[in-house]
Structures are given as structure tokens and as C-alpha cells.
Design a protein around this ligand. Structure first.
Ligand code: AMP
Ligand code: TRP
Length: 328
């Protein structure tokens, strides 16, 4: 059976190298392995308030990054979630299948709602919409970062429940969580995920950061007092995080990286690390600048939405039919 991959990155914050390593880079590689649907979940972004102007701009930016990073729009549909109405429609249907109890156990909801007063109802039902995103396309594999694993499990449960109740309608998808780089940690604190929401800008590297800034941020990255470039998350989490970043950007295995820096201190390691990241990001940044405000980008997104809608509408129709919603 040919594999069908689907995934997306929310346009809610500027992309950092965590999202690149955990998601985007994988998308690019998967094009060689099967049919791909890469979308931008803007309906997910609005589960928390977004500034309209920024949301619009970030959506374009992210689409441009997909292409700049190497997703080929000639071969794969790249589209905005809100351009394919079937997502919202199947999202509602999946809400009818999801139980309040299981939704209440989603740790991302608990984290994002903790201590907040006016949390939207949509933030709570978000995982049902995510299930719809995946099931609409009959995705067999969903590459995501570690933090999405629970949502993927819910998707599998909902698909199975629906199939058992109404007859086989959905493909039950497999999560794909890579081993190295599933969770890139902050440069200032290896116990929290690298994230743009961290008020300390030195804790993350954005895909649009300039070389000078990248070098500065890596030079400030926390390490430990042991001085050896050795991979061990138990006793050397900060250094292990940097080794993973080096490994991904250089293409060297973890063992090779350790060997490469054997007997060297952290100063040199951080310098080389900054250089491999700068070198890798440079062509992406250039391509990004060329397309982000081009009409070509509009055309790609329009075509992507049309291609996606064809597949999505068919699944939506089968699901409605299976449930007994009257079709004419
Ligand atoms: P987000 O920007 O939260 O929508 O994340 C987009 C994708 O990147 C998701 O698949 C996340 O799991 C992944 N991701 C985001 N931040 C990181 C990180 N620090 N390490 C690894 N993956 C990440
Ligand atoms: N929830 C994902 C995140 O926060 C984004 C997302 C929405 C997604 N729908 C998806 C990822 C479908 C994979 C498949 O990162």
C-alpha cells in the first residue's frame, strides 16, 4: 500500500528550529516515500486569540517556509486548512464521537488553559478537529513532534470507534515520532521545550534569525561544568540537546558528533554548531524571501486547496452517509 503522509504546523508563532527539526524537515524527506498533504492549520491557531494582521502574515510566511525548506508544490498539495471547508464539517462530526472525559485528559489543553480565565470552547474541542484533518485524507502516517502523540492516539480511538459503529470509513493512522530531535529544548533551559513563547529570546533560534544573532544565541547556550561533548540526557541534558541539533543540521550521527569533538571544549563545539545551522538556514532564508510575497505563492495555495478538497469531500460524504445524514 502506498503511504500517505499528512501534517501541519500552526501559524501561531514564528517558526523556530524546534519546529523545523521536529516537523518541517521531516515533511521534506517524506516526499520521497509516498503521497503527501502538508497544510497550515489556521483554524487551530484561532483557538487562542490572534491579531488578524499577524495571523494573515504568518500564514503566508509559513507557506513560504514549507516551500523554501524543500516541499515541492508540484508534487504535493500545500494548503490552508480554512480553504477546505470539509475540515470544519468533519471536525463537528468527530466532536460527536469524542467523549467529554477523554477530551478532558488531553495534556495540551490542561497546559494551555491552566490559570487562564477565558479559555475558548474551541481550545477544548481542538483535538477532534485535528482528528478530522487527518482522517479526511486517509493519512496512513502522521509525522509530528513528541507533544502531539496524545492527540494522535485520540485520533486513532475516534477513527476506530466510528468504524466500529458505522462501518469502515476511516483509515486508522500511525504516528511518526522521530527519535532524534522529537523534542528540541530551550538553549537556556534543557527542561523546557524550545518555544517562541519563552520571554528570553536567546532560548530559541528562529528560522529567520540572521547569522550574527544565531552565533550570539549559541554562544550563550547553557552547558554544564563537565567540559566534555558527550551525549547523555540523564546527566548532561543541555549538551545532549546541542548535540542533537548539531546531528540534525550536519547529518552526522550522534556517535560521530561525539567523536568529532572528542577532547575539545564547549567553546569550539558551540562555534561549529552555529556555523552548521547558519549554513543550512541560509538557502532556506533566501528562497523564503523570494516567494513570501509573490503571486506564485497564492497560486500554489489555491491549487493545493482544490486538490485537497477533492480528496476531503469524498471522505466527508462517506462519513455523512455512514452516519445516516441524508444525502441527495
Ligand atoms: P507548533 O509550532 O506548536 O504548531 O509546532 C509545529 C510542529 O513542530 C509540531 O509537530 C510540533 O510537535 C513540532 N515542534 C514544535 N516545537 C518543537 C520543539 N521544540 N521540538 C520538536 N518539535 C517541535
Ligand atoms: N496540533 C498540531 C500542533 O499543535 C497541529 C496540527 C493540526 C496537526 N492538525 C494536524 C498536526 C494534523 C498533524 C496532523 O502542532
Amino acid at each position: 500500500m502506498t503511504k500517505r503522509f499528512l501534517s501541519g504546523i500552526k501559524p501561531s508563532g514564528d517558526l523556530n528550529i524546534g519546529g523545523y527539526i521536529g516537523a518541517l524537515r521531516q515533511f521534506v524527506q517524506l516526499q520521497e516515500e509516498g503521497e503527501c498533504f502538508f497544510f497550515i492549520p489556521d483554524l487551530h491557531a484561532i483557538t487562542v486569540a490572534q491579531d488578524p494582521k499577524e495571523l494573515r502574515e504568518r500564514s503566508r510566511q509559513l507557506a513560504a517556509f514549507y516551500i523554501a525548506a524543500g516541499i515541492d508544490p508540484e508534487r504535493n498539495a500545500i494548503f490552508m486548512q480554512s480553504h477546505v471547508p470539509a475540515h470544519a464539517e468533519l471536525g463537528w462530526i468527530m466532536e460527536t464521537q469524542a467523549h467529554f472525559g477523554e477530551m478532558s485528559r488531553m495534556t495540551q489543553f490542561k497546559d494551555k488553559s491552566a490559570g487562564k480565565d477565558n479559555v475558548s470552547a474551541a481550545l477544548f474541542t481542538y483535538p477532534a478537529l485535528m482528528a478530522a484533518d487527518i482522517l479526511l485524507y486517509g493519512a496512513t502516517h502522521v509525522p509530528v513532534g513528541d507533544d502531539q502523540k496524545q492527540h494522535l492516539e485520540l485520533t486513532r480511538d475516534l477513527a476506530t470507534r466510528f468504524n466500529n459503529r458505522y462501518g469502515k470509513t476511516f483509515v486508522v493512522p500511525e504516528p511518526m515520532i522521530q527519535e532524534v530531535g522529537a523534542r528540541v529544548m530551550g538553549l537556556d533551559d534543557p527542561s523546557s521545550k524550545m518555544s517562541k513563547s519563552n520571554p528570553n529570546a536567546s532560548s530559541y533560534i528562529l528560522l529567520l534569525d540572521e547569522p550574527k544573532l544565531i552565533r550570539k544565541k549559541f554562544s550563550r547556550a547553557v552547558t554544564d561544568s563537565d567540559m566534555s561533548v558527550r551525549y547523555d540526557w540523564e546527566t548532561k541534558p543541555a549538551v545532549s540537546n546541542l548535540i542533537e541539533i548539531f546531528s540534525v543540521f550536519s547529518g552526522m550521527g550522534i556517535g560521530e558528533v561525539e567523536k568529532h569533538f572528542e577532547g575539545q571544549g564547549y567553546g569550539n563545539f558551540k562555534k561549529e554548531l552555529a556555523e552548521v545551522v547558519v549554513e543550512k538556514l541560509d538557502p532556506i532564508q533566501q528562497k523564503y524571501a523570494e516567494i513570501v510575497h509573490s503571486e506564485e505563492l497564492d497560486r500554489i495555495l489555491r491549487r493545493g486547496a482544490e486538490q485537497a478538497a477533492q480528496v476531503a469531500n469524498e471522505t466527508l460524504r462517506s462519513a455523512k452517509d455512514a452516519m445516516g445524514l441524508l444525502l441527495l
